[in-house]
Design a protein around this ligand. Structure first.
Ligand SMILES: [Ca+2]
Length: 310
């Protein structure tokens, strides 16, 4: 396992995530001061809402939030559910892509392999000038959660320098910084190792060179680009479980933390992200073997409420 590499890549990942030019609350410095209280209140209310809906007696096990990505082909991701991170600052990892809100980089497409025939496609494109564009979607300001089951059915891209991710970030990242805000990576893949995915926790005292991380590799040389797989996180206040297609490959509790470190995944709101990066400290840059465009297909994302307390 190359744990030092991803750790180093992630060490600076979050704090510089703001694009150099962006909109609304992402602008600094005034945007930071003005937007944080709004985001915080929203995160609190959204988290509270999830907690409330999760304890309805006798409720059927339906998602409390989901996107089936079954809008008309060509549609943008639902703006009521997803916002964009925009720009190309490298995101603290020396990534090469510029994130856009263009339909070139994110749209609903027809896919017979999707459960409902349609999926979100996040596409990394090489531009005529030799750069790359892609997309990074987030639910910040629209939906947050403090636990439960999160799952997504995803068909992954491949190739040297290709780095897709489905993950969670603490809503207070702008206030407390990273890694104090906490980061839960439900699934990351390096396109140079297309049969292996990673699940990771980053927090204060266990990021940088020492995140909590395990990988899962498909048997018999199979690759994640060959079809859809379900990546899930079962998140209780003091236990986080990662699985692929129902196979659990990692369980983490506060007992796994380094001495004196703080578990930052209890009763704090997080938001979802889906992105497709190109290059960066961990995957390294694309090379002559990398084919573009590369596409991350998402059939659905579903969030289920935490199990009621006995
Ligand atoms: Ca779908």
């Amino acid at each position: 396992m190359t744990r030092r590499q991803p750790a180093r890549a992630r060490k600076e990942r979050v704090t510089p995530r703001r694009p150099p030019v962006s909109t609304g609350s992402a602008a600094r410095p005034s945007g930071f001061l003005q937007s944080f209280p709004v985001k915080s209140v929203f995160c609190f209310l959204a988290g509270l809402g999830l907690a409330v809906t999760g304890h309805r007696a006798g409720a059927a096990p339906a998602p409390v939030w989901s996107d089936e990505f079954n809008q008309p082909v060509g549609s943008a991701p639902d703006p009521a559910k997803w916002a964009y991170d925009l720009g190309g600052s490298g995101w603290g990892n020396r990534e090469l892509e510029v994130y856009t809100d263009s339909r070139d980089n994110s749209r609903v497409v027809a896919d017979p392999e999707a459960t409902d025939g349609r999926a979100l496609a996040i596409r990394a494109v090489r531009t005529a000038g030799g750069g790359y564009t892609s997309a990074r979607l987030k639910t910040l300001g629209l939906f947050t959660l403090t636990g439960g089951r999160i799952e997504a059915r995803i068909k992954l891209p491949r190739g040297q320098g290709i780095w897709p991710a489905f993950w969670l970030l603490g809503c207070d990242v702008d206030h407390v910084g990273w890694p104090a805000c906490g980061e839960i990576d439900i699934m990351e893949l390096l396109g140079s190792r297309p049969g292996t995915i990673y699940g990771t926790l980053h927090g204060p005292g266990y990021s940088g060179a020492h995140p909590l991380q395990r990988s899962f590799t498909l048997p018999d040389g199979a690759v994640f680009a060959a079809g859809y797989h379900v990546f899930a996180l079962d998140w209780a206040p003091d236990r986080i479980i990662w699985s692929v297609d129902g196979h659990v490959y990692q369980v983490r509790t506060p007992a796994d933390l380094p001495a004196g470190a703080r578990w930052v995944f209890r009763d704090r709101p997080f938001y979802l992200l889906l992105n497709l990066a190109v290059g960066g400290n961990w995957p390294r840059d694309p090379d002559s073997t990398t084919e573009f465009p590369q596409t991350l297909y998402v059939d659905y994302v579903r969030v289920f409420a935490p199990a009621p307390k006995p």
